[in-house]
Write a protein that binds this ligand. Structure first.
Ligand SMILES: NC(=O)c1ccc[n+]([C@@H]2O[C@H](COP(=O)([O-])OP(=O)(O)OC[C@H]3O[C@@H](n4cnc5c(N)ncnc54)[C@H](O)[C@@H]3O)[C@@H](O)[C@H]2O)c1
Ligand SMILES: C[N+](C)(C)CC=O
Length: 492
């Protein structure tokens, strides 16, 4: 795919413009240059895409061809992603501002997700049940849910898309995907690969446009059987309400305010390094960012001082510059939101240890940059501790006992992920067992892979992506019972 060109959406096997012919410019957050122009669709385009997916599911053969064949096609998509890794990584960095190193890592993860589900395609064959009824056989089979609406956010555009596309395709569903309207480039490219791999027309459809029209249509249209959404909690609530119109199956991957508990007996260097990695990758715009450091009081000062020391040396810049460690935020609007959180933190009484403003470097003035920021003297009543700022901000709280650490970690409406750093593995396991989160890392932070499920407790979501559970989201389970010796009951 060339850059600086006008892209299209993919409906029923055809590349087309929006019905309205409206378009949107896609902006590079590093310098605000226009990198592409895409259709700005509306609910009518979404309806057309849903109709195509419905037709393909009800009358096409995608759901009924051998699962092995679907797996082969999905494996081709994985191969093409590996082939086009560099091009995809460049598009992702242009679109999101993240460093090329991060984008290349994302592309490897994404290819891995398609390979993983391609491998599982023909291993979901159901089971026979030991029937309690004489002269009968009972079996359980897994069938595709039907037409899936898939809505993704801007921070990991293609990664989040891959977690939805690969399991939906191998299980025989048809789908309509809507990426974030501000970061659609890699998703468009992957739909080119989906076409190249031979996915039949109508099976996978792509609509580009805003959540208020295209997204709302996907979540409320009665021809959609499942809605899988990754994004913010407020949007998730709206989608859950709209989805109730026809009791759609629902998968929600929402935000997080993730605690990272550091005990005095942790490996100090590892804990410092992982605390930084846990937050500042992609400028903190990660659902699972370890934005709440919960630190044993006896190492608090030493740890904060080590963090500040490292943070002051961060190199902010263009994601295409090999030296760059942290890129810009996604948009002017988001930068303002992050700034407001910092102002609120100061007003609420937190102490700014470092950062707390835009950088002064003249080379960064056209981008949406914000300095990595650390707040100390934080407590759970503060909104910067409770709300997802989704930027490069760490808050630090202190604790004096294991019980207190766990209590602080769980004091949140969110329950996406968390971490524990200690050399005492029994203590670590005790904490992990009590932490109410979908993922707990021990002496690690922010690692995910296709084999392990991902999702949130509490208001961080409903359901799981990745792993075998990621397949279950996209299947209905049916019990088929057969009477081998049918006779009248003569009851009535
Ligand atoms: N749990 C996870 O795995 C995970 C992963 C990545 C991001 N996130 C979360 O995503 C959020 C950041 O992404 P965002 O700002 O793009 O989120 P967002 O909720 O604003 O938007 C996400 C998607 O929903 C669409 N949308 C907006 N309004 C809609 C509506 N009324 N109906 C249907 N669709 C609508 C948007 O166009 C976009 O495609 C953060 O909260 C982050 O934690 C979660
Ligand atoms: C799920 N993850 C960590 C890849 C991206 C969250 O924003």
């Amino acid at each position: 795919m060339e850059l600086n060109r006008t892209l299209q959406q993919y409906i029923n096997g055809k590349w087309i413009d929006a019905n309205s012919k409206n378009t949107r410019d896609i902006i590079n957050p590093f310098n605000q240059e226009v990198i592409a122009t895409v259709p700005e669709s509306d609910d009518t385009d979404a309806k057309n895409a849903i109709d195509a997916a419905r037709e393909a599911f009800d009358y096409g053969d995608w759901a009924t061809i051998p699962a092995l064949e679907r797996g082969k096609i999905v494996r081709k998509i994985a191969d093409y992603i590996e082939r086009d890794r560099e091009e995809l990584a460049k598009l992702e960095s242009l679109d999101t501002g993240k460093t090329m190193e991060e984008s290349r890592g994302d592309m490897d993860d994404i290819a891995g997700v398609f390979h993983y589900y391609a491998e599982l395609a023909d291993k979901n064959g159901g089971e026979m049940i030991e029937s309690p009824i004489a002269n009968s056989v009972s079996k359980v089979v897994h069938e595709p849910v039907g037409v899936c609406g898939q809505i993704t956010p801007w921070n990991y555009p293609l990664l989040q898309a891959s977690w939805k596309l690969a399991p939906a395709l191998v299980t025989g569903n048809t789908l309509v995907m809507k990426p974030s309207e501000i970061t659609p480039l890699t998703t468009v490219k992957v739909f080119e690969l989906i076409e190249e791999a031979g996915v039949p027309a109508g099976v996978a459809n792509l609509v580009l446009g805003p959540g208020s029209s295209v997204g709302a249509e996907l979540s409320s249209n009665v021809d959609v059987d499942l809605i899988s959404f990754t994004g913010g909690i407020e949007t998730g609530k709206k989608i859950m309400q709209s989805a109730s119109v026809n009791m759609k199956n629902l998968a929600l991957e929402l935000g997080g305010k993730n605690p990272n508990v550091i005990f005095v007996d942790a490996d100090f260097e590892v804990a410092v390094d992982q605390a930084l990695n846990g937050v500042f990758f992609h400028a903190g715009q990660i659902c699972s960012a370890g934005t709440r450091l919960i630190v044993e009081e006896s190492i608090h000062d030493e740890l904060v001082s080590a963090l500040v020391d490292r943070v002051e040396k961060f190199k902010l810049g263009n994601g295409f510059d090999e030296e760059t460690q942290m890129g810009p935020l996604i948009s002017a609007e988001h930068l303002e939101k992050v700034e407001k959180y910092v102002e609120t933190g100061i007003r609420e009484g937190a102490t700014l240890a470092v950062g707390g403003k835009r950088p002064e470097d003249p080379e960064l003035q056209n981008g949406f940059f914000y300095l990595p920021t650390i707040f100390t003297d934080c407590s759970t009543e503060m909104s910067i501790v409770q709300e997802e700022a989704f930027g490069p901000i760490i808050t630090v709280e202190k604790f004096n006992s294991e019980e207190e650490a766990v209590k602080l970690a769980n004091d949140s409406i969110y329950g996406l992920a968390g971490g524990v750093f200690t050399k005492d593995i029994v203590k670590a396991e005790r904490c992990a067992a009590k932490m109410r989160m979908g993922t707990v890392w021990i002496n690690e932070f922010n690692l995910y892979f296709p084999h392990a499920p991902w999702g949130g407790y509490k208001q961080s979501g409903i359901g799981r992506e990745l792993g075998k559970l990621g397949i279950e989201e996209y299947t209905e389970t049916k019990h088929i019972m057969q009477n081998l010796k049918p006779e009248p009951l003569n009851w009535f």
